[in-house]
Design a protein around this ligand. Structure first.
Ligand code: G3P
Ligand code: MG
Length: 328
């Protein structure tokens, strides 16, 4: 296990940019996905060294890429979740990245919606997967949060991408899927991202609890980075991540402990944890080596954590370096 002292001390830049907390990111999607598996495939030592160098370069970029705090479902504590207003609120709160949940309507359109059903967040009812987009659009997705948001609708992923481009925010797109539609969802999401993702943004990161969705995404667009989501991280987490060519691990912070965080970091995976709305808890997670926290209230978390995040991945570890440039 790498000694924490050997890790480069992460520091926020001097701009005091609140929730941002990371340096400018200058990579693109192809950078994220260089094939750097030399160490794992038993290639020649020269090849391995060259792959490792490329991987470390990419590793550095990934470290710069993920901010300490990522707005959860936009900024779900401050504006209606998974709405365009929520994206704008996250930007106001200095988020540089947001997490969004997407799923398919009956007619195959990708919308931002966390739950399978519409009741909790809109004035509609029923399962989104059984309704066409036109029907979902008629519902109000803002008024339950507050009158100020009345009239917000359930956005399409395409609309959200447009707003992200306008705001200059990166995103982790979490794939949700109704039973039997995981593959279709993964394929549709990466098709849209490939077509529409604004080149001036950091490359998108898709993630899911549903391995079938990630697998389909990988088949259709291997160059789009993938993150594997867990509630409790299982013992075979690494095998599962490797099988899907995932670059990041995402987990419920309540099920983490320092040894597990260290194991994931030492294996070379950035670890992103949800949902952290308490500054002291975020500080503790960063001190363990967590890369980023998803927060409904990013302003609460970022104030106390801007200076506590540690570098999370052993860049000097061959596996870590290779992983950062994980082959699709
Ligand atoms: O992607 C992190 C987190 O959003 C996963 O859980 O249920 O909030 O989508 P959930
Ligand atoms: Mg989510």
């Amino acid at each position: 296990m790498q000694d924490a002292k050997n890790r480069e001390q992460w520091r926020p830049d001097d701009s005091g940019s609140g929730c941002d907390g990371s340096r400018p990111f200058a990579a693109n999607a192809s950078d994220m996905n260089h094939s750097t598996v030399g160490d794992q495939t038993g290639g020649s030592s020269k090849e391995a060294a060259s792959h490792r160098n490329a991987g470390m370069n990419i590793r550095t970029r990934v470290e710069e890429m993920f901010p300490a705090v990522i707005g959860h479902r936009g900024a779900a504590g401050c504006a209606p979740e998974n709405t365009l207003a929520g994206l704008r609120k996250a930007k106001e709160l200095n988020c540089r990245w947001v997490e969004l949940d997407v799923r398919l309507t009956a007619d195959g359109q990708l919308i931002l919606l966390h739950d399978e059903r519409l009741e909790r967040t809109t004035n509609g009812c029923g399962k989104a997967a059984l309704l066409p987009l036109a029907a979902v659009r008629r519902f109000d997705a803002g008024h339950r949060f507050g009158d100020a948001f009345r009239g917000e609708h359930v956005p399409t992923l395409a609309e959200a991408i447009g707003v992200l481009g306008e705001l200059g925010m990166g995103a982790n797109i979490e794939l949700k899927a109704a039973r039997g539609r995981a593959g279709e969802t993964g394929a549709a999401a990466v098709a849209l991202l490939s077509q529409m993702w604004p080149p001036h943004l950091p490359p998108p990161l898709i993630s899911s609890f549903i391995e079938e969705a990630l697998s389909a995404a990988r088949s259709c667009a291997p160059s789009i980075a993938r993150g594997l989501l867990f509630r409790a991280v299982p013992r075979n987490w690494r095998l599962r991540a490797e099988k899907l060519g995932c670059s990041t691990i995402h987990a419920d912070h309540r099920r983490l402990h320092p040894a597990l965080v260290a194991e994931i970091c030492e294996a070379g995976y950035p670890l992103l944890t949800y949902t952290v709305n308490d500054a002291a808890r975020a500080s503790m997670l960063f001190s363990w080596g967590v890369t980023s926290v998803f927060s409904d209230s990013p302003f609460i978390v970022c104030v106390a954590t801007a200076s506590t995040r540690q570098p999370t991945v052993a860049a000097s570890s061959p596996a870590g370096a290779a992983r950062q440039g994980a082959a699709p």
